[in-house]
Ligand binder design. Structure first.
Ligand SMILES: Cc1cc2nc3c(=O)[nH]c(=O)nc-3n(C[C@H](O)[C@H](O)[C@H](O)COP(=O)(O)OP(=O)(O)OC[C@H]3O[C@@H](n4cnc5c(N)ncnc54)[C@H](O)[C@@H]3O)c2cc1C
Length: 466
């Protein structure tokens, strides 16, 4: 019998959520994170805010997962308030709201696809012209003929707090957590589908955390979740060309005093704005809120700085330079006149990990089904991390040949739907997925697996594993 049912490698957005759902399902689980504390600013899950929205221009297939994730974040917030877990490694326990509802605007080029998604999934929404948007939300100044979708359910998630909440609650449920420890290698013991997986770890040089006394160890588990974010290419070299990290910078720009009220969360929704016309850029941003003042703005794919060699990830520059500021300022001065001449107050660098088709990679390792791969999320995955964590836990528990032995708890663990995967029968509806009704939603939640059909990028990756 292996010591752990499952080990999760990397406790960012996805690993922390997977750890929580695995612990909730009653599994003996260990989470290993290279940095300390969890919720650090060296990966992809920091920067004080992430957009959550339900109408999704990126694809209709995300609808059920988005609704499930939205509900799970609300439940997480309630659970955190009720159970008040201690923090990890002597850190204060996470507290405070995890979600702030502001509404969401999909402006310009993204309107059509977002609107289609809102209609297809029966979501509350309004269609605005640019002129109407400018009148109703005076922080904005967009061309009057553009169109925008307003979805009242959009808002801001607090990423560091959510990661910490998932980890702290998982620990309360019995999960073990090691920070300041890096997994240096892994291997499945033999080729059988049920073979245990062995991981070797070392003390991580970049942290002051308390580490296993030996400075490293060997652990084994029936299943392993590899969720190291941009470092996935280090752990699974076959994925290097499929999951490519990219440096991103977001900035907070000073807003002139008389207009600040227009940038408050009750007056300014979160937004994505893709410029119309050829060569248009896509910006996204947030109202002023929380501890950092200013209009927060990002530019999708920023300066297009791809990091193809994982060894270079730790050397990526973390501060913003003039080119970073200029890229962000184009969006500020183009559409937010009251911030156009404001100073850059703060900036934060982070990683997207992109697939060629811009979708996610969540699947079993083709040669070792007991190893679940979760990365990349192509710069738009945080809002689905709660649902993806639950999905990963389900994949582990389904355990195609893994040595996971724990039965799912009869109550209080995974939803009923998790216990009996719907392999046939009627297609689950979006409402089923939201309510977590019996046998609902899971098939729809797995459109992100390695699937040679119809996904050029993923097919290429499969060949590499071959
Ligand atoms: C600037 C920016 C803005 C974004 N905006 C949004 C948004 O508005 N909405 C949205 O939904 N999404 C957004 N995203 C995307 C989203 O934040 C990411 O998809 C998500 O946070 C990725 O999480 P992750 O767990 O894959 O990676 P990470 O958060 O990087 O976590 C991976 C973890 O693994 C650890 N690790 C790596 N290697 C090892 C090892 N060998 N051993 C142990 N631990 C290891 C790392 O230290 C890290 O903590 C944004 C991303 C960025 C960068």
């Amino acid at each position: 019998m292996v010591p752990y049912d499952a080990v999760v490698v990397g406790l960012g957005a996805f690993g922390s959520a997977a750890l929580y759902h695995l612990a909730k399902a009653g599994l003996k689980v260990l989470g290993i994170e290279r940095h300390h504390p969890v919720g650090h600013a060296l990966g992809s899950s920091h920067g004080a805010s992430r957009i959550i929205r339900l109408a999704y221009f990126e694809g209709l297939q995300y609808g059920p997962l988005l609704k499930r994730s939205y509900r799970l974040f609300q439940e997480l917030e309630e659970e955190l308030a009720e159970r008040r877990p201690a923090g990890h490694g002597g850190e204060p326990g996470p507290s405070g709201p995890l979600f702030l509802r502001t509404g969401m605007l999909d402006v310009g080029n993204v309107f059509e696809a977002a609107h289609k998604s809102a209609v297809a999934h029966g979501l509350q929404h309004e269609v605005l012209t640019g002129a109407e948007l400018n009148r109703r939300f005076p922080a904005f100044r967009v061309p009057e003929h553009w169109r925008a979708l307003y979805q009242p359910d959009g808002g801001v998630l607090t990423p560091e707090r959510i990661v910490q909440a998932h980890v702290a609650l998982a620990q309360q449920l019995g999960a073990e957590v090691a920070t300041g420890e890096a997994v240096t290698s892994w291997r499945a013991e033999g080729r059988s589908a049920g073979a245990p997986v062995t991981l070797t770890t070392a003390a991580a040089a970049t942290t002051s955390a308390t580490v296993a006394a030996s400075g490293g160890r060997v652990v084994s588990a029936g299943a392993v979740v590899l969720s190291p974010g941009p470092w996935i290419g280090q752990m699974v070299p076959e994925l290097r060309e499929l999951c490519v990290p990219e440096r991103q910078v977001v900035g907070w720009f000073e807003v002139e005093a008389p207009s600040r009220r227009h940038f408050a969360p009750d007056r300014m929704p979160v937004w994505v704005l893709e410029e119309e016309g050829p060569g248009g850029e896509a910006f996204y941003g947030f109202p002023e809120h929380g501890e950092l003042p200013g209009l927060k703005i990002g530019l999708y794919h920023h300066l297009r700085e791809q990091i193809r060699n994982p060894a270079d990830l730790d050397a990526v520059r973390r501060t913003a330079d003039a080119a970073d500021e200029a890229a962000l300022r184009r969006g500020v001065s183009g559409y937010f006149p009251a911030a156009a001449s404001g100073r850059l107050l703060h900036a934060s660098a982070c990683f997207f990990t992109n697939t060629p088709d811009g979708h996610f990679l969540i699947d079993r390792h083709p040669a070792h089904p007991q190893v679940i791969l979760c990365s990349a999320c192509s710069g738009h995955g945080f809002k689905m991390s709660s649902g993806i964590g639950q999905l990963i836990a389900r994949m582990v528990c389904e355990g195609e040949g893994t040595t996971v032995t724990h039965a799912l708890p009869a109550a209080g663990g995974m939803p009923t739907s998790a216990r009996a995967p719907p392999r046939s029968g009627r297609a689950a509806t979006a409402e089923d997925a939201v309510s977590g009704g019996a046998d609902s939603g899971w098939e729809e939640l797995v459109p992100f697996r390695f699937d040679a059909a119809g996904r050029p990028g993923h097919a290429e990756a499969l060949q590499r594993f071959g």
